[in-house]
Design a protein around this ligand. Structure first.
Ligand code: NAP
Length: 352
């Protein structure tokens, strides 16, 4: 397994990160244990979770994923061999159940010092550990374009200052509860503001950006983030590399296979915009023409981008994980590069 540096932290993380957001809902605990065992055997030392998970977010399953990882850590030990990443929820009115009533501010979840302190404490308990290696802000405290939103307005909404969030995270670093910090679902402006505040205020520096990135959404490359990732050593932890399973081709023609995320939760609207199905079909056909599976083409594409520190793969069951990990053995060729770039040029980013 290839190891890569996590920002400027000196920490080595595997090029594959195990995504866990289905654990505790779609993926039962025994399969989650099997996935974590398999990942560790294959040299994957990097797991990603969040206080909000299991996903899709629901009050009754919130915290399940961290609890399952905690149970596994207790059973298997070797905590120091793992780079464990979690996340604090960003601003929301919709998921108030993440916090006790008295912890909300203006009736909202916010990325404030009090809420970060509460979130870290709860995650540590669920994870049954005394530190988190990488602690990420799951989405910003301000309005942002993510999770498939095409447009937005009203930028000048108030938000918690970057310095305050960094200071709160820095206090957790000083206590030893978290070791490094990162952001997620961030814009180029947000990442640069975080970096600038760290440099001028002597606060911890973000080591990573966890954003969506896959063949149907390459905005990270064109919106300024790829250059920032490379020049500032804030690498991409690419999530949804299979576009939540869409890039396997299994949803083409409106299919909804039994047991799939698309059938169970009906939450694939992000991947159903104009041109999405057509572009997806082109990638699936290109894979076939190259003698590959769609999974190999999609995952290896992400892995071979120089701004990617780690590709966060998700599997709802072990057999998928085995196929996904094997896909990284592929050697990427110039012909593959040309094929995907030709499709991208004709139909760029149909699923932002
Ligand atoms: N920061 C954020 O806001 C954010 C958002 C999303 C994800 N993430 C992180 O990124 C991780 C991965 O995200 P993701 O789950 O969306 O990744 P993904 O790789 O795009 O999608 C994973 C899903 O695709 C399907 N799949 C995977 N391998 C397959 C295979 N070989 N054959 C057929 N279907 C296959 C499975 O769903 P079905 O079995 O249901 O079809 C699986 O659950 C998450 O666990 C989480 O840690 C972060």
């Amino acid at each position: 397994m290839q190891l890569r540096k996590l920002g400027r932290t000196g920490v080595d993380v595997s090029a594959i990160c195990l995504g866990t957001m289905t654990f505790g809902d779609q993926t039962p605990e025994d399969d989650a244990f099997a996935q974590m065992d398999f990942a560790r055997e294959r040299g994957i030392n990097f797991f990603d979770t969040a206080e909000m998970y299991a996903s899709p977010p629901k009050a009754e399953t919130q915290g399940n994923t961290e609890r399952i990882i905690g149970n596994w850590l207790k059973a298997r030990g070797a905590r120091d061999k793992l780079v464990l990443a979690s996340k604090v929820a960003g601003r929301t009115r919709d998921m108030k159940w993440i916090r006790p009533e008295e912890n909300l501010e203006g009736g909202q979840v916010r990325v404030s010092r009090a809420q970060i302190d509460y979130a870290v404490e709860q995650s540590l308990k669920r994870l049954q550990t005394d530190y988190i290696d990488l602690y990420q802000v799951h989405w910003p405290d301000r309005l942002y374009r993510g999770f498939g939103f095409q447009t937005y307005k009203d930028y000048p909404q108030d938000f918690i200052a970057f310095e305050e969030t960094l200071d709160a995270l820095g206090r957790q670093v000083a206590k030893g509860n978290i070791r490094h910090i990162g952001v997620s679902n961030e814009s180029a402006w947000g990442v640069m503001r975080y970096v600038a505040e760290s440099d001028t205020c002597g606060l911890p520096r973000i080591a990573s950006i966890q954003n969506a990135y896959h063949l149907l959404n390459r905005r990270f490359e064109t919106g300024g983030l790829a250059e920032i990732a490379l020049r500032e050593d804030v690498g991409l932890l690419a999530y949804s590399p299979l576009a939540q399973g869409v890039l396997t081709g299994k949803y083409l023609g409106g299919a909804r296979p039994e047991g799939s995320r698309g059938k169970l939760y009906n939450r694939l609207q992000r991947y159903e915009g104009p041109n999405a199905a057509e572009a997806c079909a082109r990638y699936v056909n290109a894979a076939q023409a190259l003698g590959l599976s769609p999974v190999q083409l999609a995952l290896k594409f992400v892995d071979t981008r120089p701004w990617v520190t780690s590709t966060i793969i998700g599997a709802s069951r072990l057999a998928q994980l085995e196929e996904d990990v094997a896909a990284f053995d592929l050697v990427w060729t110039g012909e593959m590069e040309e094929r995907v770039n030709a499709i991208h040029a004709a139909q760029p980013d149909p699923c932002p």
